[in-house]
Design a protein around this ligand. Structure first.
Ligand code: ADP
Ligand code: GN1
Ligand code: MG
Length: 361
């Protein structure tokens, strides 16, 4: 994680020609997010340039995608200012500002009167997030995938994520190998089952679509009054992928009975009522587009995305916590153990999940 060498906020303020004070904001694991308190408010983000190494191309993706979404939202009688992100350019017309210390800042309109959640409060709310992600997918169906720069290559290539874990074990840079040997072995029991989606994408058995790729619940904003999901945010990883990534990742995060870093594993279960709500919401938007093979893989996509994210946490722990933000020393290990428990519970429920899916197609 980068640390400030100087406080470049005065410089940033000058670049955007907006006067504000900043406070850290939100629970993202990747960028440094601030609320820029001014009238109106803005979101200011220091882009994580160790992960997103080409911020210009990243922001061109986001500008292209949000313009496309804004046009469709407007045509449908919606409000683009609330239903998608709006990039605020610098006063010299750039999509982000590179400060003199090298850090890169972008600004968005703040979407006011919304809430962001780390666990759904009820199944209806989770279903509403599924509809928001489903609509997002629909609105990008005719977006030119070739115009998108791949911000993180092989982001959801699960076999390559497994290879990275194996390498991290072999390299053992942080000296944590022995401590994780047992959960490492248990994770690898799912290695083959969790390679299917990547292999099917490669063979063409399932279609490549423009997908969000990071569909956790706190990447959708809910209207504070109606509590309906209104705006999909965090567009850094919008890239060609599978809709199974979006479906599965939402379930990994939101159908768990506990937070992603809950250490008490007795509290961590995969909740089939939430699974059903999400499935109903997602398929209500996408039932005309989804293929038979994608339907077949819906249950295993929840296992796959939980496995993949879990082994990414474990890999990061082995590598000395260089990727995900952590708030205490073994948080990545706690997250990895949590997701292993969730994988085990999902694996035991796959047959029931198939029956639930069949109700909605
Ligand atoms: P990260 O990539 O680190 O996850 P996000 O883009 O998801 O960063 O932003 C972190 C949090 O900030 C979000 O979960 C949300 O709560 C809040 N947020 C981001 N953009 C906006 C916005 N335009 N309006 C209101 N809240 C926002
Ligand atoms: C990160 O950026 P954020 O916090 O919404 C990560 C996701 C993980 C997630 C785990 C670019 O999401 O892939 O699933 O943490 N984003 C990136 O909570 O790596
Ligand atoms: Mg986020």
């Amino acid at each position: 994680m980068m640390e400030y060498k100087v406080n470049p906020m005065d410089e940033v303020m000058n670049a955007f020609e907006i006067e504000f004070t900043v406070d850290p904001y939100g629970d993202g694991h990747i960028n440094d997010t601030y609320i820029a308190d001014s009238r109106p408010k803005y979101i200011l983000q220091r882009i994580n340039t160790s992960i997103f190494t080409n911020p210009q191309k990243l922001m061109e993706n986001i500008e292209g995608v949000t313009k496309h979404l804004g046009k469709i939202i407007k045509e449908n009688g919606g409000n683009p200012d609330r239903e998608t992100l709006t990039v605020i350019k610098t006063k010299d017309g750039k999509l982000f500002y590179k400060a003199s210390d090298g850090s890169c800042y972008r600004m968005y309109k703040f979407i006011d009167h919304t809430i962001s959640l780390n666990l759904p409060e009820n199944p209806h709310q989770f279903e509403s997030s599924a509809k928001a992600f489903g609509r997002f997918q629909n609105m990008l169906a005719d977006f030119d995938a070739n115009s998108l720069y791949e911000t993180i290559p092989d982001f959801h290539n699960t076999p390559k994520r497994t290879d990275a874990l194996k390498k991290a074990m072999a390299d053992n840079v942080a000296g944590r190998k022995d401590e994780v040997q047992d959960i490492y072995n248990k994770y690898l029991e799912y290695e083959n089952d969790c390679a299917t989606i990547t292999l099917d994408l490669e063979s063409g058995a399932i279609p490549k679509r423009v997908t969000h790729n990071d569909t956790k619940l706190n990447n959708v904003l809910f209207d504070a009054t109606t509590k309906e999901g209104i705006c999909v945010i965090d567009l850094d990883t919008v890239m060609p992928g599978s809709l199974l990534f979006d479906y599965g990742d939402s379930l990994r995060f939101g159908a768990s009975t506990a937070a992603e870093d809950e250490a008490d594993l007795d509290k961590v279960w995969f909740d089939l009522e939430y699974f059903e709500s999400y499935t109903r919401g997602f398929l209500s938007e996408l039932k005309d587009k989804i293929t038979a093979r994608e339907v077949e893989l819906l249950p295993v996509s929840a296992l796959t995305m939980t496995y993949e994210c879990g082994i990414r946490f474990l890999t990061d722990y082995l590598n000395g916590d260089t990727y995900f933000k952590i708030h205490y020393p073994d948080q990545n290990l706690v997250r990895a153990k949590n997701h292993l428990k969730l994988c085990q519970d999902i694996a035991s429920k796959l047959e029931e999940m198939k029956k639930i899916v069949a109700k909605y197609v």
